[in-house]
Design a protein around this ligand. Structure first.
Ligand code: PRT
Ligand code: ZN
Length: 290
């Protein structure tokens, strides 16, 4: 399908499943309002040149490659398995999981060579094949489409290669993770034949996605500091450019405002307290444009 010159982009999103909710939340955080419910096959944005196609995740890479959709959101595991010719535009930071090989608990395992000649059940035959080739291991790959974790228990395979996130599915099926084949998260993919008009719309969307993600990774912090400690405190919270310092009515004290990274939150708060900061307030940030 030729989408060149269009002043609108079509994004493919998983219709239902693990990536649907987070993907729709991300679009909402980008200020995108939809014209109808999500039970339809497609939906148009009311305030952005965007149309959403709701599809099964396995179909998304190929539909984007063919230009049925211009961009799409899919797990990297599905993308790599599909071998579709698309570009990864942005890693989105949700839907994190790993594709791992697991064997029945207690079975002897002394490295990847232990898989030589074994039967491995998986939905991800391409990814597994490539992994085994790189490891120079020859094993029998059994393609099954669902409930991979029960394959060893019913004698269908010696090992499995499947998606793991918390590990509880493996645990409940008496399996033990022995190799990580790939790590995965949701990615925004794009057709490699987009018009300048479409690229511009995607850039606008990306700007919003990044601002929302950045906001989540940071917190706004306000605190009171004795003036003789200001230098030390400002060093701990340098912020986007530099912190804001406002004098308090009480002599010898100032209010300091800045931004800190969520990841280093506790470490920084402890150091701020040690440096004499008081009345520390930490506030979520809605959007962050640098
Ligand atoms: O219907 P459709 O084909 O669109 O969806 P699907 O059923 O094929 O996929 P879905 O919705 O299960 O997953 C979509 C994507 O979410 C995957 O391709 C991954 O990129 C990502 N993802 C993140 C996961 C998981 N976490 C996950 N835990 N996909 C699947 N699982 C399953 C896994 O297959 C196993 O059965 O959850 C189980 C393991 O989870 P834990 O927490 O017990 O380890
Ligand atoms: Zn699927």
């Amino acid at each position: 399908m030729n989408t060149k010159g269009q002043k609108k982009i079509r994004i493919a999103v998983q219709k239902s499943g693990r990536l649907n909710e987070d993907s729709m939340r991300m679009l909402k955080e980008c200020g995108i309002e939809l014209s109808n419910g999500m039970n339809k096959l497609k939906s148009s944005a009311l305030n952005f040149p965007l149309e959403i196609l709701f599809l099964r995740d396995d179909d998304i890479p190929e539909y984007v490659a063919q230009g049925v959709a211009d961009i799409g959101i899919v797990g990297e595991n599905v993308l790599v398995e599909s071998k579709a010719s698309v570009n990864v535009i942005e890693r989105l930071g949700y839907g994190k999981c790993r594709l791992s090989i697991a064997i029945p608990k207690g079975r002897r395992y002394s490295g990847v060579k232990s898989l030589q000649g074994k039967r491995i059940a998986t939905t991800y035959t391409n990814v597994l094949q490539e992994f085994l080739r790189k490891q120079k291991v020859k094993a029998e790959i059994h393609e099954i489409s669902g409930s991979v974790e029960i394959a060893p228990g019913i004698g269908l395979a010696d090992a499995i290669c499947d998606i793991v996130s918390s590990g509880s599915t493996l645990f409940m099926n008496g399996l033990e993770e022995v190799e990580t084949v790939m790590k995965s998260e949701a990615v925004l993919i794009g057709n490699d034949n987009l018009s300048p008009g479409q690229t511009e719309i995607i850039e606008r969307l990306l700007f919003r996605i990044r601002a929302s993600r950045k906001a989540k990774q940071n917190k706004y912090v306000l605190l009171n500091a004795p003036n003789d400690q200001l230098k030390k405190i400002c060093k701990l919270i340098p912020g986007m450019r530099s912190p804001t310092i406002l004098p308090l009515v009480e002599p010898g004290w100032s209010s300091v405002h800045s931004v800190i990274e969520e990841e280093r939150f506790w470490e920084i708060i402890e150091k701020l307290r040690d440096a004499g900061a008081q009345g520390i307030l930490v506030v979520p940030i809605e959007k962050m444009v640098i």
